[in-house]
Structures are given as C-alpha cells and as structure tokens.
Write a protein that binds this ligand. Structure first.
Ligand code: PRP
Length: 229
C-alpha cells in the first residue's frame, strides 16, 4: 500500500510526499475542545489522550500532521514566522494581533462577541478609561467613534476594572454572559462577532498547498454538514 493510500485510509493529509508533516498550531483552552471535535468529525484522528496532555509538540504521522499546543494569543505569531504552517485562532486574537497571515476558513466554532461593557448606571465622564485585553481593538473602536479614551491593558479578569474603579468601561469577549451577570455588569454595545478561523503561513500555503487545501476541504465539508457544534 502506498503512503498516500495509507494516509487516505487514516483520514490523513499528504503533505509533500516526502513524509513531511503539516505543522498545526492548536490553541489550548476554550477553543481546543471544539476544534479537536471538528477535526475528529472531519476524519482527522486526534487521539483522546491529546486532550489532557501537557506535551507541547505532538506528532501524528498517521494523519500527516504535527501539533504545536499553543497559548491562543501566540498562534498568529507561530504562523506568521512559519514555525507552524497553519493554525486555529479566534477572530478576536486575529483582529488584535494583526499578523501577516492568510485567513482561510471560518470554522464557525467558539462563537462569542467583542463588546463594550459597563455598570448599569454608567454615564459619560471626562477622561474616560477603558480596560481590556485587546488594546488595539479597543483603541481603533473608540478612534472610529471620535471618542478620546485612555486604554488600560490588563491580562485577565477584565470585569474587575469597573467594579474596583480602575476603568469606567471595558472591552471584552462575551460568550454566555454569565461573567457579566454574576458581576452586575451590562453589555452596552456589541463591536463584532467572533468565531475561530483557520489561518495559514503565506509561504506554506504555496509550498504545501495540496495538503492545506485538502485539510480545508475536509473541514469545510464537515462544517457544511453541520458538525463541529
Ligand atoms: C473570558 C472573557 C470574559 C469571559 C466571558 O475570560 O474575558 O471574562 O470569558 O465568558 P462568559 O460570557 O461565558 O462569562 P476567560 O475565561 O478567557 O478568562 P480571563 O479572565 O483570563 O480573561
């Protein structure tokens, strides 16, 4: 049996035909569960022991892929530098990081939105401050509105900022709305919708086009069939 036949039986991706693996930057955390489910439904056999591993590089030769288990915010950097050929990343991170990568496919998973959030009794103030994990997104949003705000970068638990008087509003991701409800905050405006995207390095997209396109097609068919949800 040829390597191509073997790979196709295993649901794998033929890369260059020389045994070179397609390097995939896979985000750990909230996106991983849905992304791995989508890959499995597309016939790409990600073993279940991937789910809890602390290993950072996992090779899956039978699928023609090697996974880099990445912090989500670093995925576009790995792909831009070509240490990963492709990656999975939320539109929030893509907008914030603004890296030179191809956005190939909307995977339709990890749906949420980017919003402006505040206390229910919020009123415009002089010298407003906005706390966020997304300073570029927030700055651009308020610039386009012609509003001057001071943007304060935080790294997590952003909802604390209006509660403790660090900022009068925040720009953050809302998924179920539970964090807002439990902290007495309200969504004032939704800025854009977020889903996870498949991205590719520009050179890899040319050099490993067949492999990347084949993966894209499999994922696209799976998404169209309503899987991955
Ligand atoms: C994100 C986001 C919100 C929360 C929204 O935080 O920053 O805090 O999830 O989800 P919800 O609408 O379902 O409540 P994350 O869990 O990534 O942790 P963080 O505090 O480190 O940002």
């Amino acid at each position: 049996m040829s390597r191509m036949e073997r790979d196709s039986l295993a649901g794998g991706i033929e890369t260059s035909g020389k045994g070179e693996l397609l390097k995939v930057a896979m985000p750990k955390g909230r996106i991983y569960k849905q992304a791995s489910k989508l890959f499995r439904e597309a016939g790409l056999p990600i073993p279940s022991d991937f789910d809890d591993t602390r290993k950072l590089i996992i090779e899956l030769p039978e699928a023609g892929m090697s996974f880099i288990m990445a912090k989500p915010v670093d995925v576009p950097t790995y792909v831009e530098y070509g240490v990963a050929d492709i990656g999975i990343v939320g539109k929030d991170v893509l907008m914030e990081e603004n890296k030179d990568v191809y956005e190939l496919l909307d995977l339709g998973i990890a749906k949420c939105r980017m919003s402006v959030i505040g206390l229910p009794d919020w009123k415009p103030i002089i010298n407003p401050r906005v706390a966020t994990k997304y300073p570029n997104v927030a700055s651009q949003y308020f610039r386009e509105l012609g509003q001057q705000v001071e943007v304060i970068k935080l790294n997590g638990s952003i909802e604390l900022a209006p509660l403790i008087g660090l900022a009068d509003r925040i720009v953050d991701m809302v998924e179920t709305g539970q964090t807002l409800r439990e902290n007495g905050l309200v969504e004032m405006e939704s800025i854009f919708g977020i889903t996870s995207r498949l991205i590719a390095n520009r050179v890899s997209y040319r050099m490993k086009n067949e492999a990347i396109q084949s993966l894209c097609d499999k994922l696209q068919q799976t998404i169209a069939a309503g899987a991955g949800k």
